[in-house]
Ligand binder design. Structure first.
Ligand SMILES: [Zn+2]
Length: 196
């Protein structure tokens, strides 16, 4: 915790003053242009890899960047998606997978998850990803998982409505930790075909 406290002190001393005007504006404006859905993995930092400032990205992070299909009932991921799309009106949604993803590695290599039952249950939302990849290669599963989660995303009514009115575009990315490369899976095309 000491490191975090020192980080906060450094932020207040060195970072905040430089961006004081931005934060003054953000104090009563929340108009992010993009919903960014990434893995919870500590090595993936959305604002850093996209060069975005505070206020630009509405971020949802889940283990494996999984987006459960829409179903009625309370669901934190669904509520955040709906808020970003229907209330804030984001123009773009990015689902960003990454290399060496622990969740995708566990699935691709069929790790024993009996000691982590909640993780095992959650990863069932990647069943279609595993089916699509049909290989034990982690990189292939990471990519197929991004595409499968874009399909799940489109089942949410707020997203379906925005897609039908061409108010939102969906994008699939994969971030490579070792090189910093970001691959665009060109999922916009796939999604257009999906919703046609
Ligand atoms: Zn991950």
């Amino acid at each position: 915790m000491r490191d975090l406290a020192e980080g906060v002190a450094r932020f207040q001393r060195e970072v905040f003053p430089v961006k004081a005007d931005l934060f003054a504006h953000l104090a009563d404006h929340h108009t992010p242009h993009t919903l960014f859905i990434s893995c919870s993995d500590a090595r993936v930092v959305p604002e850093l890899i996209t060069g975005c400032e505070p206020g630009e990205l509405f971020v949802i992070r889940t283990a494996g960047n999984l987006v459960p299909c829409y179903s009625p009932g309370a669901d934190g991921v669904a509520a955040s998606i709906e808020y970003a799309v229907a209330v804030l009106g984001v123009a773009d949604i990015v689902v960003c997978g990454h290399s060496a993803c622990g969740a995708m590695t566990a699935l691709a290599q069929e790790h024993d998850l009996s000691a982590a039952p909640a993780v095992a249950d959650w990863l069932r939302h990647a069943d279609a990803s595993v089916a699509r990849a049909a290989t034990s290669e982690v990189d292939a599963l990471v990519r197929q998982n991004v595409l499968a989660q874009l399909t799940n995303l489109a089942t949410h009514p707020s997203v379906a409505r925005a897609l039908a009115r061409q108010r939102v575009s969906l994008h699939g990315w994969v971030f490579d930790i070792a090189t910093g490369r970001v691959d665009d899976l060109n999922a916009t095309v796939a999604t257009a075909a999906l919703t046609a």
